[in-house]
Write a protein that binds this ligand. Structure first.
Ligand code: DHB
Length: 309
């Protein structure tokens, strides 16, 4: 049994897409919805549509991916309208990712979403690394506190945030202290890509993506240990909140690792981009097999139970 109940939502299994992958158009969102995934999340949106950064802006490598998409999206109303017509009764929860370029843009979208009274949950993105000249909000703890204060004021319902990876125990503690201030902040998604890596093509002696002279967010196997550390530390530091694991899941084994570290549910990014929606059924099969080998009946049997030495 792979089912998960959390935040009043029932999911048949813990896998869904990471925001950004297979979720920009209704056709892509429907691909995820009609797959084996347990939920669906939309592409991070802004109030107005955006074309994003110049191409090439995504490149896969043997160990993962680098991207600098630049927030190409169809605009908030497109995703809100999808959320309005979404068949919630079919039992696949919908999450709406919001990534305004400014706090006011996020507040405008959240006010509208609150008024729409839809049974989807917002994941507010505090961590897009790909907007030239714009630092990731998640790395400024005071700015996060101020933003979350206003967000919780305009949006009375439960919500979550997408966090960038942190790399220092003091930073985990400082961010956790901010997040614990907000009772309606019910989940954190760890992690967004490791920002501003550089992949080099030796043959062409060149960068592999065009924006920002080749700098971009890393995903896939490169980021798995960093993702697991962030899931583990926020699981310990945010009692009563949920951690959504994201980063480096290619098989049932990595999904198991994220859940063992404390993830309630997990998202698939690079692997989904590379393999297509068949990745969900494959990873679920692998997770089922691993659990059977270990004698686990359900995710609660091992969630968060990582041993230390
Ligand atoms: C984009 C990338 C991100 O990592 C993110 O969180 C939001 C947007 C992008 O480049 O489109």
């Amino acid at each position: 049994d792979l089912s998960v109940s959390w935040l009043g939502l029932a999911m048949a299994n813990p896998l869904y897409n990471a925001s950004g992958v297979m979720c920009r158009s209704v056709a892509e969102l429907e691909q995820v919805r009609t797959s084996a995934a347990g939920a669906v999340i939309t592409k991070s949106c802004t109030p107005q549509p955006r074309v994003g950064n110049p191409e090439p802006r995504y490149c896969a490598t043997p160990l993962g991916s680098i991207n600098s998409m630049g927030l190409p999206n169809a605009g908030y109303h497109y995703y809100r309208d999808y959320a309005r017509s979404y068949p919630y009764a079919a039992g696949k929860p919908l999450f709406l990712s919001l990534s305004g370029m400014t706090l006011d843009e996020n507040l405008d979208m959240l006010r509208d979403l609150a008024a729409a009274e839809l049974p989807c949950l917002p994941e507010v993105n505090l961590s897009c690394p790909n907007l030239p000249g714009k630092p990731q909000l998640g790395y400024d703890f005071q700015a996060c506190r101020e933003a979350l204060t206003q967000i919780a004021r305009v949006y009375p319902g439960d919500f979550g945030v997408k966090l960038p990876p942190y790399f220092d125990p003091v930073h985990f503690a400082q961010m956790a202290e901010v997040l614990n201030t907000f009772p309606t902040l019910r989940f954190v998604t760890c992690i967004n890509s490791i920002g501003n890596g550089l992949v080099i093509d030796v043959e062409h002696e060149s960068v592999v993506i065009k924006p920002k002279d080749g700098l971009g967010g890393l995903g896939g196997s490169y980021v798995l240990p960093t993702a697991l550390a962030n899931v583990r530390e926020f699981y310990r530091l945010l009692p009563g909140k949920h951690v959504v694991g994201c980063g480096g899941i290619n098989s049932g084994r990595e999904a198991f690792m994220h859940i063992l570290a404390g993830a309630t549910v997990v998202q698939i990014g690079t692997c989904l981009y590379e393999e297509g929606e068949g990745a969900f059924a494959r990873i679920l099969d692998e997770l089922r097999q691993l659990m059977a080998q270990k004698g686990y009946q359900c995710l609660d049997d091992f969630r968060g139970k990582l041993k230390t030495l």
